[in-house]
Design a protein around this ligand. Structure first.
Ligand SMILES: *[C@@H]1O[C@H](CO)[C@@H](O)[C@H](O)[C@H]1NC(C)=O
Ligand SMILES: *[C@@H]1O[C@H](CO)[C@@H](O)[C@H](O)[C@H]1NC(C)=O
Length: 361
């Protein structure tokens, strides 16, 4: 590696972005973190583990990443761009254009910046299937549920989903979110397929990301990020409203998961243009290919792994989450990117819940 290349990282004040930023700094790179507001800089700088790297970390304010030219200044001198920032599930307004424009301004900055060798996009497994595919009544899920899984082709990192017809701003949050992921990913796919860009692109498609992180300071904050899926199981939080259904409803929904450590490692390894070669690469990040874990097993895992905490009543088990197995093939990621299997679901749950019970209420 040349001497400490500079990486532009977006979304570094978020659950995933902060951990990715730490992983990149820990691997010896210098980082410029692009964030929207000063308070995001404060949030990152407060993180306990970032302190030792502050001399290798600078910040750039990009108040609106959908404006043309938004990242031109902050990309200057960077060898890599890691674009983690993304509108959240509950972000108001037109998520599709926010996600698409956010990626467009990144590609524009990469094109305009000769030093950039690679852009890594943090997409989502939700970029790889339409909203309807999440539910039990979808024919593929019916087949999987009735033991006819062999008839269902596995989804992979190469699965393509057409951009979905627009939905209104008051459509279920999860639906708007999925559509934004699909549209933003299609923009990047089209770009990757048609442009003969000087830089290469790696897209990472994680499932629900589970793991301890440093920025949450209370149990409530812990479920603001992707660990929320355990919140649906262990706290009073309910998934149904995100799907536009009454809070009391049990909605089985298709889910895949991945340990935060594996997500961080994937981002760091994706920067290695020699080992992960090629102009345009796609990787799914989720454990247990091809059928995935059953999310409700988390309750048994917790009873087994944290008996004392359970006996002390620290884990309410108040949630109602239904889930069923999907069919995703992420083995190419284990082989070509990580170089080892994904951490299993019981490890994902154990690490997350151990961390969670020690946060303040
Ligand atoms: C910061 O970067 C320099 C190289 O510029 C490196 O030698 C040093 O180890 C990095 N600091 C930390 C804490 O990793
Ligand atoms: C960028 O595109 C990815 C898909 O490649 C999507 O998941 C992500 O939300 C987009 N982010 C932004 C900020 O546009």
């Amino acid at each position: 590696m040349e001497s400490s290349p500079l990486v532009l990282v977006t979304g570094g004040n978020g659950f995933v972005g902060y951990s990715v930023l730490l992983g990149i700094l820990g691997s010896g790179y210098h980082v410029r973190a692009a964030v929207r507001r000063q308070d995001a800089i404060d949030t990152i700088s407060r993180g306990p583990s970032v302190k030792r790297y502050l001399s290798n970390l600078t910040f750039a304010l990009v108040p609106d990443n959908t404006k043309p030219g938004a990242y031109l200044e902050s990309a200057k001198g960077c060898s890599y761009i890691v674009h983690v920032a993304s509108p959240g599930v509950t972000t108001p307004g037109d998520l599709v254009s926010q996600a698409v424009l956010g990626n467009q301004t990144i590609l524009e900055a990469a094109e305009a910046t000769p030093s950039v060798k690679r852009v890594v996009f943090t997409a989502s497994i939700d970029s790889l299937r339409p909203f309807e595919r999440l539910f039990l009544n979808h024919p593929d899920n019916q087949a999987l549920m009735s033991g006819r899984g062999d008839e269902v082709a596995p989804m992979t990192a190469e699965t393509r989903v057409p951009t979905q017809p627009p939905v209104s701003d008051d459509a279920p949050d999860q639906h708007r979110y999925e559509n934004s992921k699909i549209a933003a990913t299609n923009l990047v796919h089209e770009y990757g397929a048609t442009q003969n860009a000087r830089f290469s692109i790696v897209n990472l498609f994680p499932g629900w990301i589970l793991g301890p992180e440093e920025l949450s300071r209370s149990k409530q904050e812990a479920f603001k990020g992707s660990n929320l899926i355990l919140g649906w199981l262990f706290s009073e939080l309910s998934l149904a409203p995100m799907l536009g259904l009454p809070a009391k409803e049990d909605v089985p929904m298709l889910q895949e998961t991945v340990h935060l450590d594996d997500v961080v490692e994937s981002h760091v390894k994706a920067l290695n243009t020699e080992k992960v070669s090629g102009k345009y690469r796609n990787f799914v990040l989720c454990s247990h290919s091809p059928y995935g874990p059953v999310i409700m097993d988390a309750a048994d895992i917790v009873r087994k792994e944290l008996p004392q905490e359970v006996a002390d009543g620290k884990i309410p088990f108040a949630g109602r989450l239904g889930s069923f197995k999907s069919k995703f093939d992420a083995t190419p990621t284990e082989r070509d990117l990580l170089g080892h299997p994904f951490k299993p679901f019981d490890k994902q749950v154990k690490d997350t819940v151990k961390w969670y019970v020690h946060l303040k209420d």
